[in-house]
Design a protein around this ligand. Structure first.
Ligand code: FNR
Length: 380
């Protein structure tokens, strides 16, 4: 009601409350290279479209007369109480959107009480982002570098900076074929953006012939060479398990057999995700992959979800398909680009308000009672 009450004095929201419109506004207002990098996806965009289609096709079947006057969105994820089943996905290179970059996004998450997942490829060193967040819940996303010493150093730094949970992204051992970036010949990393965690790292610096400021190009190339490693296999996870004592979540799982392997490898959770359609063109829509992974996981793994979440009802649908919580990516990057920290807070508040109303109007006082029984599937 806050928005309607402000409207009595003629004030309307600074940004659209429909996050699809927010994306359109970002496309109009932001620089073509950066907005193309955020909006873009792999191939001809079929995976990003499949993400949306997999959510759109499922429809909520609301229930009536179930006393929803008192509602509680809170959930427990990986043993941590969260105010709502939502976290900000790791999105790197955010200085292309706003000079305050990841720190502004992290402050917004902290202000709204939702966890922030900091990308390895952030434009700001992890210690600085952690400082901006105070005591708020923060998780660290690892791009698993070729160099073990760098990986170990990242884990130690993340631990020391108060990151509680490790997200290991498995779907990006190489950057995919991304036509929007190719056509503009635009890749933030080659401009040294997204390298802050590496350039500030003693183990990374030890591999350089000259200090970063004396030969930045060589440092960028060193970063590109070690960023990730397509030769990794499941037994390599042992190294991470030995060097991280908190929960470990594998991001980018789509096949139920990979969920089973995650259990065997001693992992705590998975994110069902196709990287927002940015990696495998022609991949299954993330929400279509979710039920089979949930079934394979049983109660042995926490299953989170991302890919195409744009509304509160999308979150409802992901919960109904068995996710414990969802991550949102692009919308908050646009919010940041258009209005800094306030823009990110706007995105979080819109999603949570809409989720709350969707739950209430569908006959649920909270996430716990939502199930596949609440969904119908359109067949056309
Ligand atoms: C990403 N994503 C991502 N994932 C990750 O594990 N580490 C990263 O550094 C990044 N960086 C990144 C940059 C940009 C610009 C985007 C759009 C995405 C993927 C992200 O975490 C998430 O999986 C998707 O964004 C989810 O899909 P939606 O919400 O964008 O549709």
């Amino acid at each position: 009601y806050e928005i309607y009450l402000n409207g009595m004095t003629g004030a309307v929201p600074r940004l659209p409350t429909d996050l699809t419109r927010l994306e359109e506004l970002a496309e109009q207002r932001l620089e073509p290279g950066p907005v193309g990098y955020v909006a873009g996806s792999a191939g001809n965009g079929s995976t990003a479209r499949a993400n949306r289609a997999a959510l759109e096709r499922r429809r909520i079947v609301p229930r009536m007369l179930r006393d929803v006057h008192e509602r509680d969105l809170s959930v427990e994820v990986l043993g941590r109480p969260l105010p709502a089943p939502l976290a900000l996905a790791p999105v790197g290179v955010l200085s292309i959107m706003h000079p305050d970059a990841e720190s502004a996004a992290a402050r917004a998450a902290a202000a709204q009480g939702v966890p922030y997942i900091l990308s390895s490829a952030s434009s700001t060193p992890m210690e600085q982002v952690a400082e901006a967040m105070g005591d708020a819940e923060r998780w660290f996303q690892l791009y698993w570098a070729k160099d073990r010493e760098v990986t170990k150093s990242f884990l130690n730094r993340a631990k020391a900076a108060g990151f509680s949970t490790l997200f290991v992204t498995l779907d990006t051992p190489l950057l995919a074929w991304r036509p929007r970036d190719l056509d503009q010949a635009y890749l933030p990393f080659l401009h040294g953006i997204g390298t802050a965690n590496y350039f500030s790292d003693p183990a990374f610096q030890a591999g350089l012939a000259k200090p970063v400021d004396e030969d930045p190009n060589a440092a960028v190339m060193h970063f590109v060479g070690m960023f990730a490693d397509p030769a990794k296999t499941w037994p390599d996870l042992e190294f991470l398990r030995e060097n991280w004592d908190g929960p470990i979540v594998l991001k980018g799982i789509l096949h139920p057999d990979d969920a089973r392997r995650a259990v065997t490898a001693g992992m705590d959770g998975v994110v069902v995700s196709n990287h927002g359609g940015r990696q495998v063109a022609g991949s299954v829509g993330a929400a279509d992959a979710l039920p089979r992974v949930v079934e394979a996981a049983g109660d042995r793994l926490t299953v989170l979800f991302d890919g195409g979440i744009r509304t509160g009802d999308d979150i409802f649908k992901a919960l109904a398909l068995g996710a414990e919580a969802v991550l949102v990516g692009r919308p908050y990057a646009y919010g940041l680009g258009l209005d800094g920290q306030a823009g990110v807070e706007h995105v979080i508040r819109c999603l949570l308000a809409e989720l709350d109303l969707t739950l209430a109007l569908s006959g649920h006082a909270g996430p716990a009672t939502v199930s596949t029984d609440d969904l119908a599937e359109e067949t056309v």
